[in-house]
Design a protein. Sequence first.
Length: 281
Amino acid sequence: MQPRTKKRIVSAAIASWQNAILLPVLLLAAGCMRPGAGEKAGPFAAPSDLIATMPDPFNIHLRWKNHAPAAAGNLVEFQLWPEGASPPADEREEFLILGFLDAGENTFRHEDLGSETVFTYRIRPYFGKCTEPVGITTGEAAAAKNQPDEPEGPLEEPEKNAKRASDLKSVRAPGTFAAAVPTDLTLALSGVTHLVLRWQDHAADADGYLVEISRYPDRDFQVCALLPPHTTSFRKTSLPPETRIYFRVRAFFYGPPSNRVTKTTGPDPMRTEQPKASLGK
């Protein structure tokens, strides 16, 4: 595969993102439930009728139908292989997360792609209620220049007030769905633009936790961290100074995926251009 020159920056960014974020996502997803694709009944139903179109050789547009009334959102998942490659059978089931969408969204655009690459997609809902949002205001910009570096991620500290397994509730069962919601979310600045979130875990069988962030208390929340099950803390760093920011936390589980669709991007136009005929002397 020979990607176009102007696509190399995009390809490098995808590779970096996969190494930093997507590998943990794959490890977390390895233990998730795998009901059959295409299930259209019940509160945890799969999306269906996923289709992919290509308005040009390097852009892929997706559309599907949602059926799960209890969904918190959808994941757009994908695989990519060089055209003509034959991936091992075990890797054909490994999907990377391309994006988190709201539950009502049913379209997605994957654009400015590399040439001669096979892309396979599926849509997977995720379920779980979130905490009420909690807000905090970061510190002054002048002081941010001198704050020490801190690692972003779950805190390495002894568990306090950890619940017994018998006290935890199933997030997958409609009867205990609400009881598995995390509680007692708190925020505290650990630096001028760094903060620590802590909460109480109540979910016996979640696939993990999502930390969501917004500038507003009632809209526009975006996932900023995907954490392992039974996590109860997270440090978020490099926030903008002097800014009111809101967080919420969600214990979640993966629902059944949609059908899969596959598209192959076009050839590299730089490589396929015909050489100009040389002029005779």
